[in-house]
Ligand binder design. Structure first.
Ligand code: GLU
Length: 499
C-alpha cells in the first residue's frame, strides 16, 4: 500500500503505427484515472522504434486525440520533467549504455545469423518436432571474420535463464507463472542498432519512474522476458496489470480493420463530433464494473470511483450502439444554449456551403426554440447535419413517404385531412401558438373523424420534414408556425391536384 500513499506513476506508451482506437484509449484512461486518484503521475511515451511503420501523422493524431478527451499528461511529449525525452528514438544513447552492461555481464550477446539461416534452423526444429528456441551459438574466428567481410550486421540477444520459472502477480490475472525454457534468447537490439520493444520499454519504465504498468493482455507473455531484463539490470519491478481484450461483436479481437462494427477510431468520433465526455464515460464502462446501477460518471466521479479491483477479468465486447446511447444521453442533458453553440460550431467545421448559408441567414432564437425538440432525438451532431435541414428549407416530399401503407394512408385521406388542417391552421391567431393548443385541435379532429393518430400525424410530419425521424407534427407546426407550415402543406396539396 506504500505505493498508493505515494501515488502511482503510470504511463501509456503507444507506438505511432496506426490510428488511435477505443481499445487504446481504455488502457490510457485507466492509467490516467489511477494516477489522478492516487495523486500520482501519468506519463505519455511515444514508442517509435518501429521505423518502418511509425509516422509523425499518427503521432500527432495520438496527441490531438488525448487532448480532445482532456487526458492530459504530467510528463511526455512537449512536457519534459527531466526524465525525458519521451520519444524512444531520441533515447538511443541511453539504451546503448544498458545494453553494453548486459553484454559485459554475459547476459546478452551478438548473434550473426541471416534471416535465411534462422529460417533453416526453424525448419530443422520443425522436422524434429521440436519448438524452435534460439540459443547462443558459437562461431569460429574464421566464421566471424567472414561475417564481417560479408557486411553482416549482428543483432544482440538476451540470454534467457532456461532453468528459471518467472512468477509475478498481475492485478487482473492474479499470480502468473512462466517456465523460461519455453522462450528462445530474444532480440534486444536489431541489426540496424535500434533496440526492440523488450529493452527500450523496460529501460524507460525504470528510468522514468513508472511504478505501475497497465497495458493490454497481448503483452502478458512479453512480461517474463522483460522481467529477465529487469533482474539482469538490477531494476526494481513495477506492478503489472494486463487488461482483458476488447472483442468485436463476433467474438474476435477488435482491430482497427473492423470497419463494419460502427466507429472505433478516435478521429472518427471526433469528426462526427461526439461529446468527448460521453465517449470517455462509455469507454470507462467497457470492462469496468462500478458495482452500482449508476451509469453516468463525470470525469471527477470516475477519478473518485474507479478501481482496478473492479476491472473485469473476462474479455469485454465492444458495442458501438452503447457509444451512441451515451452520446445521446449527454446531448439530452445539455443546456439548450450550449447545445446550439456546439452544434453550430460543428456545422461550420464539417457542414458544406449549404449549412454555412443556413447558419448565416438564420436567427439564433429560432435555433434555441427548436433545440429542446431535437436534442432528444439525435444521437450525434452528424445526424443533425444529415437529416435536419427541414428546420430551414422546403423540399419536395415523396408520396411514398406520406402514404404509409401500414396505417392505411391514401391520397384520398390525405387530401381531405389536409384541407381540414390547413383551414384549422389559418384560423389560429398568434396568441394560440402553443404546442398544446395545436395538439388538442389535431387530436380532436382525429377523434371526430374516426381516424387513427398515425393517419394524420404521420403524413403531416412527413410533409413538414420529409424524413423518418423528426419531431411530432404538432411540434413542427408550432415551431414552423403558420406561414411556413402552410407553404409546405399547400405545396404538397398541389402535387396531389396535379398528379
Ligand atoms: N508500445 C507498446 C504497444 O503499443 C506498449 C506496450 C506497453 O504498454 O508496454 O503495444
Amino acid at each position: 500500500m506504500i505505493a498508493v500513499l505515494m501515488g502511482y506513476v503510470t504511463r501509456f506508451a503507444p507506438s505511432p503505427t496506426g490510428s488511435l482506437h477505443i481499445g487504446w484509449v481504455r488502457t490510457a484512461l485507466y492509467c490516467w484515472l489511477l494516477a489522478k486518484q492516487t495523486n500520482g503521475q501519468y506519463k505519455l511515451r511515444i514508442e517509435d522504434t518501429d521505423l518502418a511503420r511509425s509516422t509523425k501523422i499518427y503521432e500527432q493524431e495520438i496527441l490531438d486525440s488525448f487532448r480532445w478527451f482532456g487526458l492530459d499528461w504530467d510528463a511526455g511529449p512537449e512536457k519534459d520533467d527531466g526524465m525525458g525525452p519521451y520519444y524512444q528514438m531520441q533515447r538511443l544513447e541511453i539504451y546503448n549504455k544498458w545494453v553494453q552492461q548486459l553484454i559485459d555481464q554475459g547476459d546478452a550477446y551478438y548473434a550473426w545469423e541471416t534471416a535465411e539461416e534462422l529460417e533453416a534452423m526453424r525448419e530443422l526444429a520443425a522436422q524434429n518436432k521440436q519448438p524452435f528456441n534460439y540459443r547462443e551459438q558459437s562461431y569460429t574466428p574464421e566464421q566471424l571474420a567472414c561475417f564481417v567481410e560479408e557486411w553482416r550486421k549482428p543483432v544482440i540477444r538476451c540470454k534467457v535463464p532456461v532453468d528459471q520459472t518467472i512468477t509475478f502477480v498481475d492485478w487482473v490475472k492474479g499470480e502468473t507463472l512462466f517456465a523460461m525454457k519455453q522462450f528462445g534468447d530474444f532480440v534486444i537490439v536489431k541489426s540496424d542498432g535500434v533496440p526492440t520493444y523488450y529493452l527500450a520499454n523496460v529501460v524507460d519504465d525504470y528510468l522514468q519512474g513508472i511504478t505501475y504498468v497497465i497495458r493490454w493482455e497481448e503483452h502478458l507473455s512479453n512480461t517474463p522476458k522483460q522481467i529477465v531484463l529487469y533482474n539482469a539490470l538490477w531494476f526494481s519491478l513495477p506492478e503489472f496489470a494486463h487488461l482483458p481484450l476488447m472483442l468485436n461483436p463476433s467474438g474476435k479481437k477488435m482491430s482497427k480493420r473492423d470497419t463494419n462494427i460502427g466507429l472505433i477510431l478516435v478521429h472518427q468520433f471526433r469528426e462526427a463530433w461526439f461529446l468527448p465526455e460521453a465517449i470517455l464515460n462509455f469507454i470507462a464502462m467497457i470492462g469496468w464494473n462500478p458495482w452500482t446501477d449508476k451509469e453516468f460518471f463525470t470525469v471527477d466521479e470516475l477519478i473518485e470511483h474507479f478501481s482496478m479491483e473492479r476491472v473485469q477479468k473476462a474479455n469485454a465486447v465492444y458495442d458501438f450502439k452503447r457509444a451512441l446511447w451515451f452520446n445521446s444521453e449527454y446531448l439530452k442533458a445539455m443546456d439548450n444554449q450550449q447545445f446550439i453553440e456546439k452544434l453550430i460550431d460543428y456545422l461550420y467545421l464539417y457542414g458544406d456551403e449549404h449549412w454555412k448559408g443556413i447558419i448565416e441567414s438564420s436567427d439564433r432564437d429560432y435555433w434555441l426554440q427548436f433545440a429542446p425538440y431535437i436534442k432528444v432525438r439525435i444521437q450525434t451532431f452528424e445526424q443533425f447535419k444529415e437529416y435536419c435541414d427541414y428546420f430551414f428549407l422546403r423540399k419536395p416530399v415523396e408520396q411514398t413517404l406520406v402514404n404509409k401503407e401500414k396505417m392505411w394512408v391514401t391520397n384520398e385521406l390525405v387530401h381531405g385531412m389536409l384541407h381540414a388542417c390547413i383551414h384549422m391552421l389559418e384560423s389560429l391567431s398568434d396568441a394560440q401558438r402553443t404546442e398544446e393548443t395545436i395538439k388538442e385541435l389535431l387530436i380532436d379532429f382525429i377523434q371526430t373523424q374516426w381516424l387513427k393518430n398515425g393517419q394524420v400525424l404521420w403524413p403531416l410530419r412527413a410533409m413538414l420534414t420529409w424524413v423518418e425521424a423528426s419531431p411530432w407534427a404538432f411540434e413542427m407546426l408550432y415551431l414552423l408556425w403558420k406561414e411556413e407550415s402552410l407553404l409546405r402543406l399547400k405545396s404538397y396539396l398541389n402535387t396531389l391536384h396535379t398528379a
